[in-house]
Design a protein around this ligand. Sequence first.
Ligand code: FES
Length: 122
Amino acid sequence: MTTWNLTGSERLVLLCNGDTCSERGADAVTLELRRALRAAGLDPRVHTARTRCLGRCDDGCTVTVQPDQVWYRNVTPEVARAIVASHLLDGVPVRSHVSFRPGEHGLVQESGTRPGVDKPVG
Ligand code: FES
């Protein structure tokens, strides 16, 4: 286990490595996104973490960028490179793979994204 010094971090990228996303190549996505971050010199400003299931298996590989509240679907290594180059470097999300983005009253679902089931109340 490693304890990183997070001073100066601006964003957190959560990379789902749950069962479904792993079957769809999450390890390759994780490695490529981290490689692209290092190559772009963003490593000190963007922290990454592998997670278990993020609850959007149909979207796998699932990646979310915080605190931007942008969720990505169908992420491949190529898309991971685009997320680094466009979103993390220039602040412009990769629209074609956004599943949810922030809206006035919480997250807004992008068209083409499967709705999923409601969360239980209480
Ligand atoms: S396994 Fe990745 S969202 Fe469920």
